[in-house]
Design a protein around this ligand. Structure first.
Ligand SMILES: CC(C)(COP(=O)(O)OP(=O)(O)OC[C@H]1O[C@@H](n2cnc3c(N)ncnc32)[C@H](O)[C@@H]1OP(=O)(O)O)[C@@H](O)C(=O)NCCC(=O)NCCS
Length: 258
């Protein structure tokens, strides 16, 4: 069944039972319905799964979460274009049957609860504002395989997402953001340190401060990280994040890895 304004509230009520697991669906259908298409499966009026396409990201993000019987059917509602599909590992055989060429990357899902994080303080860290957009764009341009970033894009990012940066001097060398905020959970993302400034504790500082901001407002902070990204996993562990599950990033024809 397609989700629209007539049945949206019922779906939101079902997703509410596990906001952490369904964070993107819970957020997107309520706060960004015009960029979200969702099909849901029911059995005796109970929600058994959904597939959701979110069109703000480039490429589009698709989330498939269901029991395996419903997933077989739901996957037929995936878009035709290139996209990234996010799904629990147990649904991978169903996805691979439809997309045998897809590339898969396992991501660890990590979470820290209010009261369980260790925070680090430093005068080098401060919240970024729109005046830092040029510096953030410069930092992001140091990413490998990344075209030069425009300050306008960074300005938009900083305006929308609480973002903290590390300044050992005038230069911004590391940052961390939260890209989604709910009372139940803030999602943390966009954690990055300039290659010349790594292993100095800077990502830990930035992520610590954005996590503190998160846990002042929400019950949990959570994030996804590539299961082979050992430096990043170490950063999150130092702050108190623990692995709570896995999701698979399935690249359907985009060439994009996490
Ligand atoms: C992940 C990243 C942000 C870390 O930044 P950083 O400023 O170097 O991080 P920190 O110095 O705070 O901490 C790095 C930790 O990883 C450890 N580390 C480094 N390489 C490691 C490896 N191969 N295996 C395990 N641990 C490693 C460091 O020793 C340090 O831990 P320690 O303080 O216990 O010694 C940086 O590598 C980066 O920008 N990577 C590319 C973008 C990325 O992957 N972002 C995360 C997306 S989820």
């Amino acid at each position: 069944m397609k989700v629209d304004e007539t049945n949206r509230q019922g779906i939101v009520d079902s997703l509410k039972s596990d906001v952490i697991r369904h964070v993107f669906a819970f957020y997107d259908i309520q706060y960004d319905p015009e960029h979200t298409t969702m099909h849901a499966a029911f059995d005796n009026h109970a929600l058994k799964g959904y597939i959701l396409t979110y069109t703000v990201t480039t490429p589009w993000s698709v989330i498939l979460d269901a029991n395996s019987k419903s997933a077989e059917k739901l996957v037929t509602y995936a878009p035709e274009n290139k996209f990234i599909l996010h799904t629990p590992p147990d649904l991978l055989p169903i996805v691979k049957r439809k997309y045998p060429e897809a590339k898969c990357y396992v991501e660890n899902w990590m979470l820290v609860r209010k009261g369980e994080a260790s925070f680090l303080k430093s005068k080098m860290v401060r919240k970024l504002s729109v005046v830092d957009a040029v510096r953030l764009a410069e930092l992001l341009s140091s990413q490998t395989n990344q075209q030069r970033r425009e300050a306008k894009e960074s300005e938009e990012w900083v305006r929308k997402n609480p973002t903290y940066g590390v300044f050992p001097d005038e230069r911004l060398v590391s940052y961390a953001s939260s890209f989604l905020q709910l009372p139940q959970v803030w999602m943390i993302g966009g954690v990055y340190t300039h290659p010349e400034f790594r292993n100095k504790g800077y990502a830990t500082l930035a992520t610590s401060v954005v996590t503190e901001d998160a846990l002042n407002s929400a019950e949990n902070a959570a994030l996804f990280v590539g299961s082979d990204n050992h430096p990043a996993i170490r950063v999150y562990q130092k702050i108190g994040y623990k692995k709570i599950g896995e999701r698979v990033w399935v690249d359907i024809g985009t060439g994009k890895a996490p």
